[in-house]
Unconditional design. Structure first.
Ligand SMILES: [Zn+2]
Length: 71
């Protein structure tokens, strides 16, 4: 899971990260410490997006983009 070396998008610390994908296709990475918070964050965001009256591009990103390749 936590296989990407980089900087956590939540705590901004260098760590091993795992990706989270938002409904709009953006991918953010969290470290282990931030994982639960990040999951909650992403879930809430995606719920809001789904509830939004104006649907954004959802079909534009395919499942092939789900995992970024580690640098
Ligand atoms: Zn973190």
């Amino acid at each position: 899971m936590f296989m990407i070396e980089g900087v956590c998008d939540w705590c901004k610390q260098p760590a091993l990260l795992t990706p989270h994908q938002y409904l709009d296709g953006k991918i953010y990475c969290s470290c282990k410490d931030c994982y639960e918070f990040a999951c909650m964050d992403v879930r809430l965001y995606n719920q809001e997006e789904e509830a939004a009256p104006f649907k954004k591009i959802r079909s534009d990103f395919s499942s092939s983009q789900r995992l970024p390749t580690p640098a």
